[in-house]
Ligand binder design. Structure first.
Ligand code: PLP
Length: 414
């Protein structure tokens, strides 16, 4: 093997774009430039087809029927779980819980891990850049138990102050819960260091991977975190399906959080006997077609290659940073040294919402607002930002159109 790592082969972006029917549209008479992938990415034919195939040839309820269709549906659902396990390099499918998405995965941990354990004065440690989904469930658990939320500060680049993080870890810390990648700023957090620091004090770590999973390959055994949450719809898959990875020994010790079918082995009026992992955490009929679609999305992404995706997206990030940075009156919010492919920005004299509407007239879809990360946005002294978030199917030409349209909007409001 060469000592120099081989550069991944370049992506054929034009060919890949043809896999995504949505991208061929015109919006307001202009070719769609879809730059809102951080909110939700688009689905390739392979995912749409996998869901259609499931619905038209396999659908029945899972885990319950002896008839052929039910067995097919169960096999497809459990094969999807195994596909997720392999994608994350988790040890066992017992560690893969299907949920509605990142939000539900984090709420599961708040309800089932934190609430039964927390005593008044215990602490949950998060950071200042979290999505509301990684703030509010802990606030609710704290309100119910008397535990306290501790927040590690960030600096003007949007990087976590790791000295402060270290000093906030205490003998009372019950859980560390941080983003892997910030959805508002693009910051990639030093998650290996976070896990190492927390584990050195015996504290488990939850990572909110909603913005990480679409951008780079993961190996959860190497990362060694205790919980990891993500959503299918940001990974070119269906909405309404997501995953909670949990270390088996922790999940085993946690009580179920919702009661109903599938999470029990037996029920009598004297009480239930709970099912084994992971079914203990999957009450009711799951989103079977969503899981099948998610597995197809993972196959698709792996087929393209996460290394090649990461390389192209970093190019797009560099290009967008330079092009937008050159627009008069534009300030980029979030300039961390390690960033995923999104750019948050404000333009002097133009409210982000007006900007979003103007860009929409040009067929350019971006997100504007607080991005469900109000504390992070307020830290930078702005009420809202515009955010362009890139997927591997985006192009330099789309970024040129974005920069040109933003400059025109700035000129309009001068
Ligand atoms: N965490 C982060 C970092 C996110 O970006 C998002 C969605 O934008 C979420 C959590 C919530 O994801 P979902 O709405 O799919 O549950």
């Amino acid at each position: 093997m060469s000592a120099v790592a081989a550069k991944p082969a370049a992506l054929d972006v034009a060919r890949l774009r043809a896999d995504f029917p949505v991208l061929a549209q015109r919006i307001n008479g202009k070719p769609l430039a879809y730059l809102d992938n951080g909110a939700s990415s688009q689905r390739p034919h392979a995912v749409i087809e996998a869901e259609r195939h499931y619905a038209s040839e396999m659908h029945a309820n899972v885990h319950r029927g002896v008839h052929t269709l039910s067995q097919r549906a169960t096999d497809a659902f459990e094969a999807a779980r195994e596909r997720v396990r392999r994608f994350l390099n988790a040890r066992s499918t017992r560690e893969i819980v299907f949920t509605r998405g990142t939000t539900e995965s984090i709420n599961l941990v708040a309800q089932s891990f934190v609430r039964p354990r927390a005593r008044p004065g215990d602490e949950i440690l998060i950071t200042h850049l979290e999505h509301h989904a990684n703030i509010v469930p802990w606030q609710m658990a704290c309100a119910a138990t008397g535990a306290m939320l501790k927040v590690a500060p960030i600096d003007r680049r949007g990087e976590v102050d790791m000295e402060a993080f270290r000093s906030l870890l205490s003998a009372r810390t019950l859980l560390v819960a941080t983003a892997h990648v910030s959805n508002a700023l693009g910051t990639v957090l030093p998650v290996r260091e976070i896990v190492a620091l927390a584990h050195a004090r015996g504290v488990p770590v939850l990572l909110d991977g909603a913005q990480a999973v679409p951008h780079f390959a993961l190996d959860l055994q190497a990362l060694d975190c205790d919980f990891y949450a993500f959503s299918g719809h940001k990974l070119y898959g269906p909405d309404g399906i997501g995953v909670l990875y949990g270390r088996e020994s922790l999940l085993e010790a946690m009580p179920p959080w919702q009661g109903g079918g599938d999470m029990i082995l037996a029920v009598s009026f004297s009480g239930p006997t709970y099912n084994q992992l992971p079914f203990k955490f999957e009450a009711g009929t799951p989103h079977i077609s969503g899981a099948v679609g998610l597995a197809a999305a993972i196959d698709y992404v792996d087929g393209v290659g996460l290394e090649r995706i990461a390389a192209w997206e970093q190019e797009l990030l560099g290009y967008a940073t330079a092009r937008l940075g050159a627009v008069d009156g534009l300030t980029i919010i979030g300039t961390a040294r390690d960033k995923a492919s999104l750019v948050s920005f404000v333009v002097e004299g133009v409210h982000p919402h007006d900007l979003g509407t103007i860009l929409d007239q040009e067929g350019i879809a971006i997100r504007t607002g607080h991005h469900c990360a109000m504390p992070a946005i307020e830290f930078f002294g702005v009420p809202a930002t515009a955010r362009a978030s890139f997927a591997f199917y985006n192009t330099r030409e789309e970024i040129d159109r974005l920069a040109t349209a933003v400059a025109a909007a700035r000129a309009m409001f001068r």
